[in-house]
Write a protein that binds this ligand. Sequence first.
Ligand SMILES: C[S@@+](CC[C@H](N)C(=O)[O-])C[C@H]1O[C@@H](n2cnc3c(N)ncnc32)[C@H](O)[C@@H]1O
Length: 234
Amino acid sequence: MINKSLVKRRFKKSLATYEENAHIQKKMAEKLIKMLPSKNYDSILEIGSSTGILTKNIKKYLKFKHYTAIDIVGESRKYIEKIIPNADFLEGDIEEIELNETYDLIISNACLQWCINPSAVVKKLQKKLNKSAIMAITLFGEENLKELKSYFNIKMQAPIEFESIIYQETETIKLYFNSPKDILKHIKYTGANALTEYKLTRTKLSEFEQYYKEYYSEGSKVYITYNPRYLILN
Ligand SMILES: C[S@@+](CC[C@H](N)C(=O)[O-])C[C@H]1O[C@@H](n2cnc3c(N)ncnc32)[C@H](O)[C@@H]1O
């Protein structure tokens, strides 16, 4: 079960290190933006804006009049206002927040898997689309970080179903590191350690390292699996 206060704490803490370590999220944002029709958007809503990796792509590739961002971490505001100075920013949980406007494009990168019920969120957002507007999202699938989920006994997420899909694509990407410790650091620096609260003693850490090297290495490297999912919906 997703723990919202942990999500908030972990993402707030990782703001300073996120961009440098969010290699996959950066690729996802670039790919998502290229899936969109180039037209003039009156209003855009972004969910889970964080430090603005996707926001920078929105600014670079899309033409729009009004842009609104939402993040459960209020500190995201200062990053977003640096990229789009006249942005509207709402601090809040997308599962709870009431939206009073409608939009030409609702977009989100690597956020909705942090919701307790992503399908319900998408349904709620689909009701906020203007006529002929679309939603473009990426989120992580069931296989994401499967090596860590298996070791730390974190329940694998069930496949998430959505309605009114225009296009979808999934990828499986292995990211390689020099050591299991580097993988743990990578996870911490991107905030993905919001999945569970674990504390490794020195003994537990060395057990983890041994296990990880035995099962998840290729040559001198160890790897972690990312499972991005791309969706265009209306
Ligand atoms: C992995 S980051 C992705 C950031 C950004 N979209 C990007 O392209 O890199 C996920 C972001 O979603 C936010 N988030 C997680 N759950 C949320 C929720 N329920 N409502 C709003 N924002 C949420 C987190 O605070 C974090 O900033």
